[in-house]
Design a protein around this ligand. Structure first.
Ligand code: NAP
Length: 309
């Protein structure tokens, strides 16, 4: 019998329990799944930072902590967490992000606001450009960034992707390192941020980075708020260097009511809804990962504590 502790928001238990039980059965695992195991008996923890466990010290026989979130910046700094940690890579989460990013890229590419918001009787029949004439850069070529890049490439956008290590992804011009970032910024008519928040990525979009982008470029940030220097972005929006910013994530969430982003005419605020982990698909990922570890396979999607993601 494998003891699995579910430690997430209480309201998520009802959502996840049936899917986890089915996924464990699908993977031929005999599991005692509960929210209240004795710490010393727990083999695996299904974990969200919003749940009750924050001190991992008593979980002495726990073989792995399986996160429900893709972003782990609030977990990697927990010094009591010495057990291996897996972040969430979930097809449902990925498809949600691809749909959100594609929708917002197309909004800006097609200039939809002009027609949705300005029904003023003016008949301007200028057609929008084709995707092939709009360069899109995606910073972060991980589970989410690569999927978004490939979908946008499939629509015909010339796509540049940037990551820490060198990559080869069909249909995407892959760059890495400081020189790669410079080129990625210079060719970003629309830029999508799907980097994790680490010491190395905080403020990656600062005043210098914004100045390298084509005038009037659009920024779409479903990654993490601190990737962007807020003041530098506001300056760039006010000067017209950046045409629009669609922001899903912020340094403080919920975004304070008096934050300048809410009132800025060229900022769209969405309330951290770009995508979320889906209980049905994520439960299968968790069960398959546990089944693999039980068979002696390495933990999948293991977080590199030194890199911070
Ligand atoms: P991931 O698979 O870990 O991918 C991260 C990517 O960023 C990798 O390509 C990595 O490069 C690159 N990277 C990391 N540090 C870098 C650096 N210093 N310089 C250049 N590239 C760097 O993560 P993911 O699953 O795609 O998720 C990305 C982020 O999306 C999460 O961390 C989270 O913050 C955010 N997110 C937001 C929402 C939302 O609803 N808004 C939902 C889910 C996730 P390598 O490939 O070389 O390692």
């Amino acid at each position: 019998m494998i003891n699995v502790l579910f430690s997430a928001r209480a309201s998520q238990w009802a959502e996840y329990e049936p899917h986890l039980r089915k996924a464990f059965a699908d993977n031929d695992l005999t599991v005692n799944l509960a929210t209240d195991h004795q710490a010393g008996d727990v083999d695996y923890i299904v974990f969200a930072p919003s749940g009750p466990v924050s001190d991992f010290t008593p979980y002495t026989k726990t073989k792995a902590v399986l996160g429900l979130w893709a972003g782990v910046e609030s977990i990697v700094t927990n010094t009591t967490l010495t057990q291996p940690l897996a972040r969430m890579v979930d097809e449902g989460l990925t498809r949600g992000m691809v749909e959100w990013v594609t929708g917002h890229v197309l909004r800006h590419h097609l200039g939809m606001d002009q027609h949705i918001l300005h029904q003023d009787g003016a008949w301007d029949d200028t057609p929008p450009p084709l995707a092939k004439d709009r360069r899109v850069t995606v910073l972060g070529m991980g589970a989410l960034g690569a999927a978004c890049a490939q979908t946008l490439a499939g629509l015909g956008f010339p796509i540049t992707g940037w990551s820490r290590s060198a990559k080869a992804i069909d249909g995407v011009t892959c760059l890495h390192g400081d020189d790669g970032l410079k080129t990625a910024l210079q060719t970003a008519d629309i830029m999508v941020l799907l980097l994790p928040l680490t010491d190395a990525t905080e403020n990656v979009i600062d005043a210098d980075a914004l100045a390298l982008m084509p005038k009037g470029a659009v920024i779409i940030n479903p990654g993490r708020g601190p990737l962007i220097d807020d003041e530098a972005l506001l300056d760039a929006l006010n000067s017209g260097q950046i045409g629009h910013a669609t922001l899903d994530v912020f340094r403080i969430e919920p975004l304070p009511q008096d934050h300048a982003f809410w009132a800025h005419p060229n900022v769209t605020v969405t309330p951290h809804i770009a995508s979320t982990t889906r209980a049905d698909t994520a439960s299968q990922v968790i069960a398959a990962n546990i089944a693999g570890v039980e068979r002696g396979a390495p933990l999948q999607h293991k977080v590199d504590r030194d890199a911070g993601y």
